[in-house]
Every structure is written in structure tokens, then in C-alpha cells.
Design a protein around this ligand. Sequence first.
Ligand SMILES: [Zn+2]
Length: 407
Amino acid sequence: MTTVIERFLHYVKFDTQSSEETNVLTTPGQFKLADTLVEELKALGLDDASVDEKGYVLAHLPANTTKHIPPIGFIAHLDTSPDMPGKDVKPQLIENYDGGDIVLNGDNNIVLSPKDFPELLNYRGKNLITTDGTTLLGADDKAGIAEVMTAIDYLQSHKEISHGMICIAFTPNEEVGRGADYFDVQRFGAEFAYTVDGGAIGELEYENFNAAGAKVKVQGRNVHPGSAKGKMINAILLAQEFIMKLPTDETPANTEGYEGFYHLTDIQGNVEETILNYIVRDFDINSFKRRKDDLQQIINDLNEKHGAGRFSIEIKDQYFNMKEKIEPVKHILENAEKAMNEVGVVPDIRPIRGGTDGARLSFMGLPTPNIFTGGHNFHGKFEFIPTFALEKAVDVIIKIVEIYTAK
Ligand SMILES: [Zn+2]
């Protein structure tokens, strides 16, 4: 058997950065990794492994018992974040970490320090895999891929473990929010699934934000400033009036846990026309609706004050909290929790202050909570992963399979 660590170190060598450009279906690097994984899945005996033209890898490990067991899915994503280079990743193995500073890159003085990342201290005496300070590591989500592959490898070399059908998917473009776009839930064939894409060991997530984007357009009237009295309407200043109407403490920088926010992401504008782009986030569906209503109300009030049509708003829902789709099938969560406990991992259930592909899949009919990969500091050069966490994630996947067989 190839170990999860060997697999992980192999996969991070592929540059699979996704692209924000929406006309790019997927990137060549993602295809390369996809092809490699298909070969590997076939070598493991998953004969139907394939990659489609959109870059989705699907494979099925058939049941090896006639007992009725629901088909379980495991999903990880091929791409890494466009925010940080993922080419020529040179992972470093830090053995028996002593709790001190880790010099990632002496030339550039890049240091991974427990002063900045106190969670490092949880890993004293463990082996860590870090970057060389010039790229991200790609534990997000190549750790997930390595863990799923290794669990399959284990099941194939331990045929005495009986299991139902196991459905595997490796998806493209997760980091640019398009990982679920062409996911074929039917062909995948699972009754429910887990994305293996979380952070620190123990993480288990089934609640995420409800999300919308709001575009506010302010129409001004430009005239020569020398003769503007009573005539000019400055859209920038009106936009500022809109901004000031929103609660100043309900921003990403002022909220945590289950608190929602309005986030002004960018402004483009001049005297004639100014556009504000917001994202709106809330866990509770009612207060999410209330936030959207409040935005509309502010627009109505300002139009009353400044004249009809001066302000307009376009609000688009982006994704919803998967909680409502998971709660009716809570066994998915409870069994993941049980699996963790049985392999000696303390479950850490927390809300995701963002969205996941699993959230979208849950609304496409495939309930999909998220479990840990073991990695930290995703999307940056300080990304690292303890090797024992990689191994524990494999154990959790195998244990989930066993629990459903035993039920
Ligand atoms: Zn991820």
C-alpha cells in the first residue's frame, strides 16, 4: 500500500490552480491530476473510473456484500486557490516539531511561528509538512484526495471488511465557487456524501452561511463644477449616504461565530454613476431575508429623499445554509461524529463562515456535510498539515464505511 503521506507529497507537485475567468472550463493542471487519479483508481480496481470533459473524476467501488447498505459518497477537490501560486510546491517535512519557530525560507526570512499561529503548539512532538515559503502547500484539498484514495486502497487490500457501494468524486474549480456547477448527482449515485475539505483535525461542519450578492447603483448628474449649484448630483456622495445607513458593526471584521454581516467588497464610480457591490451573509434564513429587506428599504427611503430612480438595487441569492437539508438525515452527521470518536479524534462541530460545494450539493439532492483534512492556514504560504492528521482522516473515512455496514 502507498501511504497517505506519500500520496499527498505526490499530488502537491501538480500545479492545479483554478482560474477566476469564467470562460475557462477548467485548467490544464487540474486535468493532469485528474488523469493521474483515474489511472490510480483503475489500478486499485475501480474499473469505471473516468474524467469527463468538464474535469470531474467519478469512480465507484462496488459493494462486496449483499447486505443492504446505502451508497456513501466521498468528495474532494482538485484545484488550489488562485490567491497564491501553487506551482513548484516544495514541501518540507519537519520531524518531531519542537514548538519553536520554523524557518520556511531563510533567504526571504519567512518564518512559521507559534507567535502568529498558536495552534502550532498543539503539534509539539509531531511531524509537520510545510511549504518552502514561496507557494501554498495545497493541503486544501490534496490532503482530502490523498485521504480518500488511501481509504479506498485500504479497503481493497482488506477485502474482509464488507462495505456497500462507495462513490468517489474529485471536482474542479471549487476555489472559484464552481465545483458543483456540473456535478452529476445521478451518475454519482450516492445517497449522501462527505466533502473531505475541512481544516484542523476533528472539524465537522454542516452549517454554512445563507449568501446573496447585492449590487447598488446610484445615478448622479454631472455638470461643470463651476456652474453646478442646484444642478449637480454627485453619485459618489449619495453612495456614501447609502453606506452610512448600514450598521457599522455588522461587517466581517466585527463578527464571528453565528453572526451575519453586510460586506462592501468594491466600489466603482464617478459623479455620474457609482456602483457598490455587497455580499450579505447570515446563518438564520429569517434574518437573512430581513437583511435583504432592509437593503431594499434603505433604497426606498433614499429614493423618497432624493427622487425616484436615483438608487436601484439588484439582489441575487448565491447559496443557502445546508443545515435544513442535513437535519432530516442527521445520521450522516452522527455517524461521522461516532467514527471520529472511535478512532480517537475529538469531533469539533462548528459553523462554516462561508459556503462549500457540499452546501450546493445538499440543495441538489445530495446531503453533504464536510469533514476535516487536518490542514491549517489554507490559501497561503503558511499552510501546513501534521502527518498524523492525514492518517486520522483516512481512519475516519474507513470507520464511517464500517459503521454503515454494521447498522
Ligand atoms: Zn478546499
